[in-house]
Design a protein around this ligand. Structure first.
Ligand SMILES: CC(C)(COP(=O)(O)OP(=O)(O)OC[C@H]1O[C@@H](n2cnc3c(N)ncnc32)[C@H](O)[C@@H]1O)[C@@H](O)C(=O)NCCC(=O)NCCS
Ligand SMILES: Nc1ncnc2c1ncn2[C@@H]1O[C@H](COP(=O)(O)OP(=O)(O)OP(=O)(O)O)[C@@H](O)[C@H]1O
Length: 273
């Protein structure tokens, strides 16, 4: 089964593309890291308790205020009121907040990873030829070598990215929005890094046009992906697990090498400046 990593940067169009991939003619299962990241911090979970213990004492508005929507004083299930996500966002996005962001990631990411692996195994057992891993921080959090192919959704114009972010998340101030964009790598860098994997393992969907253009772009790149990863190959791997193990290991080693070379080049470039 092909692990098709779907990434980009904030508001470049990942969710829009994942909806297209989940619908006909592709009908691919999608493992959505953002969605899982919400589930693992719901009231009553270990993630919720750790966040409240870590950020609660210094963040007075960490929980939503008591109301019928938030379930009153003790939340809907009596396990606490839901997190006030914009307030937590202000704690972790912005200059000088890397330590807080790392602390939050350390709480949330292991739980997300565990649930993602579970969903991947389920997709494999159901005989899918590919599964989409929609992970905003795919490069930043080291998922890259695991993916047989990576699809980066990018915009070449940063102004378009900011306009779409502000239009979708109207509650964010301009500063909040800038902080969120700055918390991730530049999407054009991600696109370049993706293309370094070669056509069979890295494709870029450019999303500067309208949604019809985006659909055409997705169809274009999916033709390339399907050419390099035919369904009969996925079926063969399903029927022959040792072959699947060899193929996955080979893909991992090759992609780990590409990652290493890219990082070395970046370091050399930095040293020259
Ligand atoms: C800080 C939180 C509560 C803000 O919640 P909010 O509902 O406002 O934003 P949401 O979760 O929808 O994220 C929107 C986008 O922000 C970006 N983003 C989220 N978390 C991070 C992070 N830790 N670092 C960089 N960018 C991030 C992603 O592009 C994401 O798609 C939330 O983003 C969070 O819990 N982040 C930590 C978990 C995480 O890393 N999630 C990303 C996928 S694993
Ligand atoms: N080609 C397009 N034309 C117009 N609007 C678009 C286009 N692509 C995406 N959008 C809009 O831009 C916004 C951001 O898109 P989307 O939510 O898919 O991005 P995302 O990368 O998943 O964001 P996040 O990282 O925050 O999860 C959405 O409101 C979406 O409807």
């Amino acid at each position: 089964m092909l692990l098709l990593g779907l990434t980009g940067s904030i508001a470049t169009g990942k969710s829009t593309v994942s909806s297209l991939l989940a619908a006909p003619p592709y009908n691919l299962p999608v493992v959505d890291a953002d969605k899982i990241a919400r589930q693992v911090v719901e009231p009553g979970t270990a993630g919720y308790q750790q966040i409240v213990a870590h950020f609660g004492p210094t963040t007075p508005d960490l929980l939503l205020p008591p109301s019928p929507e938030s379930g009153g004083e003790h939340g809907h299930n009596g396990k606490g009121r839901p997190l006030n996500r914009p307030a937590l966002g202000r704690r972790v996005f912005g200059e000088g907040k890397e330590t807080d962001r790392k602390a939050l990631n350390k709480i949330v990411h292991p739980a997300v990873r565990k649930e993602m692996y579970r969903q991947m195994v389920m997709a494999y057992l159901r005989g899918n030829w590919a599964v989409v891993l929609d992970v905003p921080l795919l490069f930043e959090s080291g998922w890259e070598p695991l993916c047989g192919t990576i699809l980066v959704v990018a915009v070449s114009d940063a102004v378009i990215q900011m306009q779409r972010l502000r239009a979708r998340d109207a509650h964010l101030t301009e500063e909040d929005a800038n902080n969120r964009v700055a918390a991730q790598w530049d999407v054009r860098d991600k696109a370049q890094r993706c293309l370094r994997r070669g056509e069979s393992a890295g494709v870029v969907v450019w999303n500067d046009g309208d949604k019809e253009d985006l659909k055409r772009e997705v169809d274009r790149v999916m033709t390339v992906v399907q050419k390099h990863h035919p369904k009969w190959w996925a079926l063969l791997l399903l029927l022959c697990p040792p072959l699947a193990a060899v193929s996955a290991t080979w893909s991992y080693v090759r992609m780990w090498w590409v990652k290493r070379e890219w990082e070395k080049e970046k370091q050399q470039l930095k040293a020259k400046l």
